[in-house]
Design a binder for this molecule. Sequence first.
Ligand SMILES: Nc1nc2c(ncn2[C@@H]2O[C@H](COP(=O)(O)OP(=O)(O)OP(=O)(O)O)[C@@H](O)[C@H]2O)c(=O)[nH]1
Ligand SMILES: [Mg+2]
Length: 343
Amino acid sequence: MEIGIIGLPQSGKSTLFEIMTGVKSREMHAETCVRGLAVVPDARFDRLAEIFRPERVSPAKVPFSDVNAVGEKAWDAVRQSLAGAEGLLHVVDAFIAADVPEILNRYRSLEDELALADLMIVENRLERLAKMAKKPLTPQDILHAHVLPLLKGQLEAGRPLRELILTEEERRGLKSFSFWTIRPELVVVNTPEENPAVADAFLREAGLSVPAIGICCAIEAELMALPPEEQKEFLESMGIAEAAFGRVIRASFSLLGRISFFTVGEDEVKAWVIPAGTKAPRAAGTIHNDFERGFIKAEAIGFEEFIACGGTHAGAKAAGKLRLEGKEYVVRDGDIINFRFNV
Ligand SMILES: Nc1nc2c(ncn2[C@@H]2O[C@H](COP(=O)(O)OP(=O)(O)OP(=O)(O)O)[C@@H](O)[C@H]2O)c(=O)[nH]1
Ligand SMILES: [Mg+2]
């Protein structure tokens, strides 16, 4: 689970990465790829931490990667560094080019490059497959021979691969190619300080098929440079309720189809990150293998209900709201869970 930051040179990638993760990527010239974790803002988590006042808090985090690459080999470095990234965050510079057609041009110029890179991989593989026609084919070869022409058509039509409807098996079979346009993408429009509304105009007019958010990295960087107690004042003076980078992190988190459930107690309040649709035993396994192996039941309650019951397990139990869920239970976002297991 990782999100790779991409964008044209000098679009504000490292600035955004630094705001979100606190890792000073621009000072780390020697490192081609800088990784950092961003805390996912979650009011429910904060509330639970307030209630339990635990020794440790462990909120959900999203890993981001920022590539510092210049020169001729930059593209290769980006490709290699981000091969394992599950999702992409595309930063589009709108802080100099503040009119919509030009912003769109910038967005498209990188998207076209990504699609072209994917097309080259597809064509290479198809050529190699054609050459081995007389040799015995592996199941992987057969899958590729069957699916890749479909991908080729899609890319030639100027459409990203993520729009194709593929089976799980096909997706798995294509994984090793690390295609750019098959991965989920979030667009971040980096707006000029004096015209934040240009992002809205862009989002209205561009007709993107992927989620997008406008943010002014320069303002947010200023904000993050302040001591925490002054940050709130700064936001209020700008008439903003929440820093926009928090929304970017949250959107990145849902981009990857992740949800979180909570474990609570006086020692620790922790948000556990799982793919949406995960059943209780697998979710228990993220805490410890033994929890999955010896899974008996999940004692679960939704966050809202927990609060409605006075924010205690005793209250929840008395109200009959503590559910005992079995192996087939699909964990919901915001569940507070206590696993019963036996090994
Ligand atoms: N005015 C303005 N300048 C910005 C903004 N965000 C970034 N910059 C400036 O743009 C320049 C590039 O920012 P970076 O964050 O290093 O951009 P980058 O995409 O990481 O650049 P490369 O890694 O060199 O491709 C820096 O001089 C920043 O100060 C913004 O929102 N507004
Ligand atoms: Mg950079």
